[in-house]
Ligand binder design. Structure first.
Ligand code: MRU
Length: 358
């Protein structure tokens, strides 16, 4: 299967972050270079890089970009700049917790070395840490795929919403990893991809990615999911997540909650696939998950054409929350959480990596 290199670091500590500009897909495949922390912030904000795990990886490399000039200063100046860069990147998008998870990990790594190494050496260690975040994400995708594939059967129709594939991660995704791994295991699936209004991640990215990897995919408008389910074409739904609260409530792209309700109404299992870096145990339930509000123009002037009357009021939340009771199981890299209860979530997250692998 063809791999998609969503983002990577090029060169040594003085190098830069390179990423596919996902806003141009599927018509143009263009890579952009982020040489300043402002470039990285803008790329996250504008969804040039998007999807919770990929946002986390971009932010980790963003810290490295932001600290390049500070590597030749003294310790106090270096750590002042670290705080500035981390706090700034944290303002790019509010919902995907992987962003904050990665920034926190980078800050902690630097703090551990404070007083023990020179700024240049800390900067080098931070690049190594960002590379580790990247590599771990690759392995996470494979583990989620392997585990999730056991939930699907040969010949099934499956539905997904938004893009939780290679474009959203370091390797081949979370929800889409489940489809890829099942296909690799010899199962034939038929994937229905919701187009995902208003920014069309399903149409522009998921349909493209599945085609690139040779998976049978049919694109539908979001509003068609109920009819497609009613016709018996879908036997399982798998989506990604941007933040999962301690009780298993899961935030994902706007429209996911509706799909979960439809799946419940049709007795179709609804699965969430997400790495442990997407869990936020400090958030007790979905009500406490911050929901990003985006620009009205995404709805009134989508892709350059005005499609609503000037001056109309618009509400544009980018995410919604699916309550745990609608989720049959959460597939993470350590195992499958089922039933989705606060106890089972805590038990899985506390599992050591060794125990999880066995
Ligand atoms: O606004 P986006 O495109 O960043 O939203 C992405 C999603 O909602 C994905 O489903 C989620 O991040 C999981 S990606 C593995």
């Amino acid at each position: 299967m063809k791999n998609i290199d969503t983002l990577h670091w090029t060169g040594d500590e003085s190098g830069c972050l390179v990423m596919i500009d996902q806003t141009l897909l599927p018509l143009e495949f263009t890579e952009i270079e982020c040489r300043t922390v402002e470039d990285v912030w803008e790329a996250i904000k504008m969804l040039r890089v998007r999807g919770a795990p990929a946002i986390g990886i971009a932010a980790a490399y963003g810290v490295c970009v932001g600290l390049q000039a500070a590597a030749s200063t003294d310790e106090a100046a270096f750590f002042t700049r670290l705080d500035e860069v981390v706090d700034y990147l944290a303002t790019s998008r509010p919902t995907a917790v992987n962003l904050f998870w990665a920034l926190d990990r980078m800050r902690k790594k630097a703090q551990l070395l404070r007083g023990k190494a020179a700024p240049a050496a800390i900067a080098a260690a931070l690049l190594a840490e960002a590379r580790a975040v990247h590599e771990e994400d690759r392995q996470m995708c494979r583990a989620i795929g392997r585990l999730g594939a056991t939930l699907l059967e040969d010949g099934q129709g499956v539905l997904t919403h938004c893009n939780a594939g290679g474009l959203a991660t370091a390797d081949y995704g979370t929800a889409l990893a489940v489809f890829f791994a099942a296909t690799e295991a010899g199962k034939t699936l038929h994937v229905y991809a919701d187009e995902t209004r208003p920014l069309l991640q399903g149409a522009r990215l998921t349909a493209w990615e599945l085609q690139q990897r040779g998976i049978d995919v049919t694109l539908i408008c979001d509003s068609m999911a109920a009819q497609v389910m009613r016709e018996g074409r879908v036997q399982a739904v798998v989506t990604g997540a941007d933040r999962i609260a301690a009780n298993g409530d899961a935030a994902n792209k706007i429209g996911t909650y509706g799909v979960a309700l439809l799946a419940a109404a049709h007795d179709i299992p609804f699965y969430v696939a997400a790495p442990t870096s997407t869990f936020d145990l400090a958030t007790p339930n979905g009500d406490a998950i911050p929901i990003e509000q985006r620009n009205a123009a995404e709805i009134t002037h989508g892709f350059g054409r005005q499609t609503a009357p000037s001056g109309v009021k618009v509400y544009n939340p980018a995410f919604d929350v699916t309550p745990a009771r609608l989720i049959q199981a959460i597939i993470c890299e350590k195992g499958i959480i089922r039933p989705v209860t606060p106890e089972c979530v805590a038990e899985m997250l506390n599992l050591s990596d060794d125990a999880a692998g066995s």
